[in-house]
Write a protein that binds this ligand. Structure first.
Ligand SMILES: *Cc1c(COP(=O)(O)O)cnc(C)c1O
Length: 391
């Protein structure tokens, strides 16, 4: 079955009423026939029928055994970290999402969990850090904002050989173009805020697991810690996912067109996009992402200053200046002053986030219109430069 058909028909008609749209079960508790005798639901933290539809839909999309919906992507990441105990170690991709870095460093290291940050774009780099305490290997691929690619299949073999779980944050790819569980991962994370929701109108997170053992553990953590997604947002996320298979290919083709346009601009120093043959791990991306390379790309300017990038991101008309990604509206941001502001300059630049780096999240507008917007911005900057020079 195609992704489109699978998605649409994984959303069941309501068995009680025939409602074609999933009902929002806005309730805290469920009446029981006798103590402990119920219809499969007792209390809304533990389970909710609207959430159950979403969780089944997402586990189908990721070829998982089960999935669990959380209040945000970070709440989902937090639930996975609670699989660990004091003394355990994590090997994580070095340019991990800033919020995950903050959670690892400022919350979990305090409880005696050690994290090694490694350049996972070369799988063999991981081996040096493996020991008997290694519990998780944590990947993002592609990464934010320089779109680094790691080889999920090869790294899953390393994880299996040291009895660690491989976690893949699949937010940037979306399940439409990459299915880490099929490639050997044990756990997949999503910020549902991004492509799954797709309309920049909610925050949500998901954990998808490969088997019953992990499902039981995450279910226990979800119920014990309670960071669940409420029924209204579950409904909105189901509604967003219905069009995932229409949105994502359009976003990918827009990003590809724009990356190719940027690559030949004299004012651009470097373009980061896994779809370009100039990308270091283009071949791995092609293999594991099914010839779709995502809707996010970034580029640095020939004038590598914070000011030049600030001027650029403040001048586009269609690309709106905002954090986040994956929505139908195109967004632009300057990581050095926005998403990556809390990282010390030297460390930030070493990880590839230069002062002039600009990240684009392509929406579903027409590529030609988006390119005109960027062209006008380059022209506007050129005029300003000339005006300054003749002053
Ligand atoms: C946004 C994001 C998160 C965090 O998700 P929230 O929904 O904002 O909590 C985690 N990982 C990646 C890769 C993200 O882009």
């Amino acid at each position: 079955m195609s992704n489109n058909t699978q998605i649409i028909h994984s959303i069941p008609v309501d068995p009680l009423t025939g409602s074609i749209s999933t009902p929002i079960y806005q309730t805290a508790t469920f009446v029981q026939e006798a103590p402990g005798i119920n219809k499969g639901y007792d209390y809304a933290r533990s389970n909710n029928p609207t959430r159950a539809v979403l969780e089944k839909l997402v586990s189908g999309l990721e070829n998982g055994y089960a999935s669990f919906a959380f209040a945000t992507g970070l709440a989902a990441i937090d639930a996975v970290l609670k699989l660990l105990s004091t003394g355990d170690e994590i090997i994580a991709v070095d340019d991990i999402y800033g919020g995950a870095f903050r959670l690892f460093t400022h919350i979990y290291e305090k409880f005696g969990i050690r994290v090694h940050y490694v350049d996972t774009t070369r799988a063999e780099n991981i081996i040096d850090f493996v020991n008997e305490k290694t519990k998780l290997i944590w990947l993002e691929t592609p990464t934010n904002p320089t779109l680094k690619i790691s080889d999920i299949r090869t790294i899953s073999k390393i994880a299996a050989s040291c009895n660690a779980w491989l976690v893949v944050d699949n937010t940037f790819a979306s399940p439409l173009i990459q299915k880490p569980l099929v490639l050997g991962a044990d756990i997949v994370i999503h910020s549902g805020t991004k492509y799954l929701g797709g309309h920049s109108d909610l925050v949500a997170g998901l954990v998808i697991v490969k088997d019953e053992t992990l499902a039981d553990k995450i279910k226990f953590i979800q119920n014990a810690s309670g960071g669940i997604l409420g029924p209204q947002d579950c409904w909105l996320l189901i509604r967003g996912i219905e069009t995932l298979a229409l949105r994502v290919p359009k976003q990918c083709s827009n990003a590809f067109r724009i990356a190719s346009f940027l690559e030949v601009q004299p004012e651009v120093a470097k373009v980061y996009y896994p779809g370009l043959s100039s990308h270091k791990n283009h071949a791995i991306a092609t293999q594991q992402q099914g010839h779709l390379y995502g809707g996010v790309l970034s580029f640095s300017l020939a004038t590598d200053t914070l000011e030049a990038a600030t001027l650029f991101v403040s001048s586009t008309k269609l690309f709106k200046l905002a954090e986040s990604l994956g929505g139908v509206k195109s967004l632009i941001c300057q990581p050095a002053l926005m998403t990556h502001k809390s990282i010390p300059q030297e460390k930030r630049i070493a990880s590839g986030v230069r002062d002039s780096l600009i990240r684009l999240s392509c929406g579903i507008e027409e590529a030609d219109d988006l390119i005109v917007d960027l062209q006008s911005t380059f022209a506007h900057l050129q005029q300003l430069k000339q005006a300054v020079a003749t002053q």
